[in-house]
Write a protein of this length. Structure first.
Length: 317
């Protein structure tokens, strides 16, 4: 009798130990699966975001190196949903991860995301520091519909004394310098003059450029400090001759335009006008107002009774 009881207690004890081991194993497996699901959700969300970014405008990229995608959040959300679903289909039978919803948001577009555009120009300009300026035939007329400089208007005036201070000094490395380098490397003289002065025709911008360089040469020749009428007239004539010489020497002209751009590089105006040039060059219904450079992707997943929300930022800049 005692042996029977002893055997019974032993069996119960073994069953309890086995049950405890199974409980621990199930808990361990559950935790492992939760962690696997978390890692998988993070990875597939990230991969989906990277895939959505590749939906860029090919002509804009091929012509100017700028990466931008159509700012249609409904379409972008559907694309992200597709990429995530394709990623988890067939590999989550054991994890049982289910995609509940995906939302892609691009934020406020009222300023045409010019800061992100600026960052791209700076990154491209930094890479092309030793690149010779582009000799392609460019625009000579700068008028069109939905021009960025008209949509997100920003006024700026060019101070000749500030340009003079930059002419013979070294520029401080930074986004302004690199964006200036990009414009100087990728746009023609006519287009650069448009970026600086904003006139509709090349002749208007050339005239504005002449006037600005003339004002700079007057400062260099200290015209305002001359009291003698004869000497004053001589200084004015000398400044006019110097201006004509600079306007007819492309290397000198580029030096002045580069200084002007650098002075403008902290303003929204410069980047909106660069957008104008790109938009007019590409044509065919391309408008920067319809494009963006980054987005936030939010995906909600479910595994059993547990829910997980994942938000990531994806950008070309």
């Amino acid at each position: 009798m005692s042996n029977t009881k002893k055997d019974g207690f032993t069996s119960v004890f073994i069953v309890m130990i086995f049950a405890s081991i199974m409980t621990v194993m199930i808990l361990f497996i559950t935790i492992s699966l939760d962690r696997s699901a978390d890692s998988l959700a993070t990875i597939v969300t990230s991969n989906a975001g990277a895939s959505v970014l590749t939906e860029c405008n090919k002509e804009l990229h091929d012509s100017f190196g700028v990466l931008a995608f159509k700012n249609d959040t409904s379409r972008l959300s559907n694309l992200a949903h597709y990429y995530i679903s394709e990623s988890i289909d067939g590999i989550n039978r054991f994890i049982h991860l289910k995609l509940e919803a995906v939302l892609v948001e691009t934020g406020d577009s009222s300023d045409l995301y010019y800061l992100e555009f600026k960052d791209q120009l700076a990154a491209l300009g930094k890479k092309s520091i030793v690149k010779k300026y582009n000799q392609k035939e460019g625009l000579s007329y700068f008028s069109g519909t939905y021009l960025p400089s008209q949509i997100a208007y920003s006024s700026s005036s060019l101070n000749p004394s500030l340009v003079l201070s930059r002419l013979d000094s070294s520029y401080t490395p930074g986004s302004g310098l690199f964006a200036t380098q990009y414009v100087m490397s990728n746009l023609t003289i006519n287009e650069i003059e448009y970026v600086v002065f904003g006139g509709v025709t090349a002749s208007q911008n050339e005239s504005s450029c002449w006037n600005t360089i003339f004002a700079i040469r007057c400062l260099i020749n200290c015209v305002e400090e001359i009291e003698d009428p004869i000497l004053w007239l001589e200084a004015i004539m000398r400044a006019m001759e110097e201006t004509d010489q600079i306007m007819n020497d492309e290397l000198q002209l580029r030096n002045y335009l580069s200084a002007m751009l650098f002075v403008m590089s902290s303003s929204k105006t410069m980047y909106l006008r660069v957008m104008d040039v790109m938009q007019l060059t590409i044509g065919n219904g391309f408008y920067f107002k319809d494009y963006a450079y980054s987005f936030d992707i939010t995906a909600r997943y479910k595994r059993g009774e547990k829910n997980g929300l994942y938000t990531q930022h994806h950008s070309w800049t």
